[in-house]
Ligand binder design. Structure first.
Ligand code: ATP
Length: 338
């Protein structure tokens, strides 16, 4: 029976890459039905609310969201609508696979997973200016919150993910040498949880700056990486760069009752409406959703077709050095599944 999911096409390049994704899902025989909803700029324009209650209700009902990137309109009370959605549904684990699909890049055969804590750290949004000597913005302060509960559930998620997916090692990246309380607590919890998985999954901890260097010099030494919110944000982009850039980076945001799948990249306003965006990250996010709901066969067919396109055909989008449009690339993927 077809599974109903909430579909949010998004802003900027979102509608076009989501449309390409739907054609590919259909050709792959994915058994999905879509409850179309709006959020972000599109929702502000239509109903003057970036996160309408109908969208939230739909997501609560279906438990699954496939989402294009959203633009956060200025002055609507949200720092980021993407972050707000993750918070609304307590989607605490961002899962970001980084896999080589196209040969000839910086490295071959990369197969890594970054797991980012999605709800705490500096993203709690406790931030303000401090006025001094007549200057209302003489200083600014942001608060980083790490809770034992939050640290434990994300590290445990990383280990459970490693076990479930036959992964050999979890690397915990941190800055506990400087941020002795927040990162120190996170690291303590990391070691505590690692003990429960001794003999099953290897564990190492590594300072975040060293992690960044090693990822660039020898990514093969890693397998699953887990870290707090902002470090995860930064290293996601770095790791996307190892396999062809942001157009290749999908993600899943997982909570207890709901999961949301979206590309790592934003709405790319600089190329919106030009039909040149690479839809791969969006398509691979849909594949993650299919895996999540037990339709791995359809996901497998799509990944094989994408791989074959990226390896053999001349329909590469511009970010990958080609001249193909979003639609041409999608047609080529569909063609390979026939
Ligand atoms: P956000 O703050 O939401 O991450 P941003 O504007 O900082 O948004 P992106 O929207 O991700 O970042 O865009 C960063 C750059 O990457 C832009 O130059 C954009 O054109 C490019 N880019 C992002 N996604 C794609 C894609 N799917 N295909 C091609 N180029 C892309």
């Amino acid at each position: 029976m077809a599974k109903t999911i909430t579909l949010i096409p998004g802003d900027g390049i979102g509608p076009r890459i989501v449309d390409a994704t739907l054609r590919i899902l259909d050709a792959a025989g994915a058994e999905l039905e879509y409850d179309r909803q709006i959020a972000g700029m599109a929702a502000v324009q239509e109903v003057a609310n970036p996160l309408p209650p109908e969208t939230i209700d739909s997501a609560e009902r279906t438990g699954l969201i496939l989402k294009g990137p959203l633009t956060t309109p200025v002055g609507v009370g949200f720092r980021s609508i993407n972050v707000a959605l993750r918070k609304e549904f307590d989607l605490y684990a961002a899962v970001r696979p980084v896999v080589t699909l196209m040969p000839g890049g910086r490295y071959e055969d990369i197969d890594l997973v970054l797991i980012r804590e999605n709800t705490e750290g500096l993203y709690v949004g406790v931030e303000h200016y401090i006025g001094m000597q007549g200057d209302p913005k003489a200083a600014a302060e942001s608060v980083m919150i790490v809770t034992r509960f939050g640290a434990r559930r994300i590290v445990r998620y990383a280990f459970d993910y490693a076990v479930a997916n036959g992964r050999r090692k979890v690397t915990f990246a941190h800055k506990a040498n400087i941020l002795k309380y927040t990162q120190g607590l996170f690291l303590d919890v990391g070691h505590e949880v690692a003990k429960e998985y001794e003999g099953q999954v290897e564990f190492e901890d590594m300072i975040i700056d060293a992690t960044a260097m090693h990822l660039v010099m020898n990514p093969y030494r890693f397998d699953v990486l887990v870290m707090e919110n902002m470090f995860g944000d930064i290293l996601s982009d770095l790791m996307a760069g190892l396999v062809g850039g942001l157009g290749m980076a999908p993600s899943g945001n997982i909570g207890e009752r709901l999961a949301m799948f979206e590309p790592v990249h934003g709405s790319a306003p600089d190329i919106a409406g030009l039909n040149i965006a690479n839809p791969t990250a969006q398509i691979l996010s849909a594949c993650m959703l299919l895996d999540h709901i037990g339709q791995a066969d359809a996901a497998g067919r799509i990944r094989t077709a994408i791989r074959s396109c990226l390896r053999e055909c001349d329909t590469l989008t511009r970010d990958l050095g080609g001249t193909a449009s979003t639609d041409e690339f999608a047609r080529s993927v569909v063609g390979r599944m026939r």
